[in-house]
Write a new protein. Structure first.
Length: 368
């Protein structure tokens, strides 16, 4: 096994993992955890089967920009069977990047005989990884696991075509238990610098959206709590309008959470015209009914962040809000259930692109 050393900027040809066809290898470790790399002429993707199947690097090779956020604090790899008992458990093992959260997004949620707190368990347990395709046209890495506290079997197929700057993510969740079970399913995609910043723009086909009331003691929100607004203009705490297609200065002290709703077409795109690079994600909006927008722009005045992260979390999620489980989700009709033996499958496509200042649509990884 070879240890993979992540660096914020590293020339694609210098890593020695890629020739003139797409490649995939599970012959890596990262900080002692099983790791895999998928790579073609356009993208390099680092995956951690040893920790939740996290996607930790999504590098556009044309510009040598990794679009994902990386934790600005010391984080520890979880053990083989770490399941969060407090919010801090998930955060202390959070490396940034892109997580799959099941069966809870946010939390906490009590279940018969047990309990979930922050973001469930799928991002903290090891997954099995198998290369199922490796030819001149595409490579595919299949990831699979079974949750510990829930009888859910989960599979993910990551496919990197040869000549595209896109990764196709096909997932399925099966209820192997004998009871109907409620769940939330989230793609916790955290974007970071240099992609996001004042030179970048966020495009989302959202409609009426929502900001929950902030808890007592939360003092770094720029947006007024307990408001419904029409995307992209929200009301600030001082009554002024805030255009959420723009990103604030990198020295801001802002921490907001919005739920973008009314999304008939499931996609978003972040474009940095100064760097000539963008990131787009398309997903089935009929399943992921809300897009959570975590705005951690230097204002997370809590452990383990302490103001060190400048992050845009753009997170397709089946339910909202991220608390008051399961009553709030039942009340607004977003809580989903799986019958015994039932399987739900979805497909998402993540891509990078250039030559744009804004995006008006995304279909199968291609921006318009």
């Amino acid at each position: 096994m070879r240890e993979y050393f992540y660096t914020p900027r590293a020339t694609a040809t210098g890593m020695g993992y890629f020739d003139d066809r797409p490649s995939v290898s599970t012959d890596f470790t990262y900080r002692g955890m099983d790791a895999a790399i998928l790579e073609n002429e356009h993208l390099r993707v680092l995956v951690l089967p040893g920790k939740g199947g996290d996607i930790l690097e999504f590098r556009d090779k044309r510009t040598d920009v990794d679009v994902l956020y990386h934790a600005d604090y010391q984080w520890d790899p979880p053990g083989d069977r770490v399941i969060p008992s407090t919010e801090m458990t998930w955060n202390e093992h959070y490396p940034g990047g892109w997580q799959l959260n099941l069966p809870v997004a946010g939390g906490p949620m009590s279940i018969p005989g047990n309990h979930y707190d922050h973001h469930g368990e799928s991002a903290l347990i090891p997954w099995d990884a198998t290369v199922t395709r490796d030819d001149a046209d595409a490579v595919t890495l299949e990831l699979s696991t079974r949750l510990r506290r829930y009888p859910f079997a989960v599979t993910r197929e990551l496919t990197l075509p040869a000549d595209e700057s896109s990764l196709v993510v096909a997932e399925s969740v099966t209820n192997e238990g004998e009871y109907e079970l409620e769940y939330a399913w989230q793609h916790h995609v955290a974007l970071g610098r240099p992609l996001i910043g004042p030179d970048a723009r966020l495009d989302v086909p959202a409609g009426e959206s929502y900001i929950d009331d902030y808890p007592e003691g939360h003092e770094t929100n720029r947006l007024a709590g307990d408001q419904h607004f029409e995307w992209p203009t929200a009301e600030a705490v001082d009554g002024e309008d805030v255009d959420l297609t723009a990103f604030p200065p990198t020295d801001s002290e802002i921490h907001d959470q919005a739920y973008l709703l009314g999304v008939d077409e499931g996609w978003y795109a972040v474009t940095n015209s100064e760097l000539d690079v963008g990131f787009a994600l398309s997903y089935p909006a009929e399943h992921f009914e809300s897009l959570w927008y975590w705005q951690a722009f230097g204002g997370m005045d809590e452990s383990p962040f302490w103001g060190r992260n400048y992050t845009a979390g753009l997170e397709p999620t089946t339910a909202y809000p991220g608390h008051s489980y399961p009553e709030a989700q039942r009340e607004n009709g977003t809580m989903k259930t799986l019958e015994p033996g039932e399987t739900v499958s979805v497909e998402l496509t993540a891509s990078t692109y250039g030559g744009r200042e804004r995006v008006t649509g995304v279909e199968n990884g291609v921006v318009e």
